[in-house]
Ligand binder design. Structure first.
Ligand code: ATP
Ligand code: MG
Length: 358
């Protein structure tokens, strides 16, 4: 058994929201004074964005450029590039700026930016908002809503396991995001995993990276090329078969089970032997019976929820809509479980790579 790691004190100063007077005029030609915003689109009245870390800037047709942002620090690193915390120079608003490095023709890159824009025009509170995407210096940049508690991967590194009531509340939010993607947008996420479920101090949980991997793969003429982890892939997908929305449900089931038991469900008996190789993983997922929640440690509702998600035959898996009314989700609905308390009591994400000199 792994021992619980001591919580690290990172002593990160909350970035100042103050802005120099000289920064009223931005590189994109926008001028702000108090609630008044003047740019190419004309004069607008905006809410006081600088008073909150996650202001409602959804309706603002901002024309962001790189010059409008100052980098605060690096907050994460994925297979495609780094994610930085940035502050809009004159709004004072914090965003996550995700850079994706691609070694392909410029015209193709521009198409990708366009497609990501369309894909990310989300109208769901459980999907991370992508405010803007642009191409700059060989890198595709996405301006994302900043989720100040990082990802579920960061959370489980700290707490090791999450109790059922919290899991039910967390899962309900992810399911709402999936219902939006599956039933309203008719798309498969394709990469549901702990690092793509982001959280904030208010206890909100949101799905991110929706559409990014699919667009990148198809734009490069490799529709089924996958970059990232295979750990959460459904059997029909990892074995190269056709797959649908239900493959996201398999992934969700594995993520929730991992949060409950404290380790990735497909693992060697001896944890010190490290993760399975791709072949071992493929073999386990495809040939072995699916993982289950141990019934002596978890409630019948939880065990039933997990097995409703982790069915090898996708037809037997429940849909996101059906799972929203599963007894496990319903059980804690009127119990006033506050995820904000769980997330708020933790250190800031521990995967901070470092500061970038201002
Ligand atoms: P992969 O690239 O293999 O899919 P990943 O999902 O970890 O892995 P990224 O999507 O680049 O890679 O994200 C890297 C990390 O940056 C995340 O794990 C998360 O901690 C952080 N991060 C990403 N987006 C945001 C955001 N909008 N707000 C706050 N933190 C973020
Ligand atoms: Mg990601």
């Amino acid at each position: 058994m792994k021992t619980k790691k001591p919580l690290r004190q990172l002593n990160l100063a909350v970035p100042s929201q103050e802005k120099p007077v000289t920064d009223f005029l931005t590189a994109s030609g926008t001028f702000q004074d108090g609630d008044l915003l003047l740019n190419k689109q004309g004069l607008r009245l905006i809410s006081d964005a600088s008073s909150s870390q996650t202001p409602d800037v959804k309706d603002m047709d901002m024309q962001f450029t790189m010059e409008d942002f100052e980098i605060v620090k690096v907050i994460g690193k994925g297979s495609g590039g780094v994610v930085q915390l940035v502050r809009h120079k004159f709004l004072g608003t914090l965003f996550a700026l995700k850079g994706i490095q691609m070694n392909i023709q410029e015209t193709v890159r521009k198409q990708i930016v366009q497609e990501i824009k369309i894909n990310q025009a989300s109208q769901c509170p459980h999907i991370v908002v992508c405010y803007h995407s642009f191409y700059h210096n060989g890198i595709i940049s996405l301006v994302l809503e900043y989720m100040d508690r990082g990802s579920l991967a960061d959370i489980i590194k700290q707490v090791k396991t999450i109790l059922e009531p919290y899991l039910a509340v967390l899962c309900k939010q992810v399911l709402k995001g999936l219902v939006y993607l599956h039933h309203e947008r008719h798309v498969i996420h394709r990469d549901i995993k702990p690092s793509n479920l982001l959280v904030n101090h208010k206890g909100e949980v949101k799905i991110t990276d929706f559409g990014v991997s699919a667009v990148l793969a198809s734009s490069m003429g490799q529709r089924d090329t996958f970059v990232g982890t295979y750990n959460y892939m459904a059997p029909e997908r990892i074995s190269g078969g056709s797959y649908d929305y239900k493959s996201d449900i398999w992934s969700l089931g594995l993520v929730i089970l991992e949060c409950a038991i404290g380790y990735f469900p497909y693992t060697l008996t001896d944890i010190d032997d490290g993760p399975l190789s791709f072949y071992e993983l493929l073999q386990s997922i495809v040939e072995q019976p699916p993982p289950r929640a141990p019934s002596d440690q978890f409630s019948p509702e939880f065990c039933s929820f997990i097995s409703a998600c982790i069915q090898k035959d996708p037809i037997l898996r429940m849909s996101s809509l059906e799972l929203l009314s599963h007894p496990f989700i319903k059980k804690f609905e009127d119990k006033d479980v506050d995820l904000g308390i769980l997330f708020g009591s933790l250190d800031p994400p521990v995967n901070l790579v470092g500061y970038v000199a201002a």
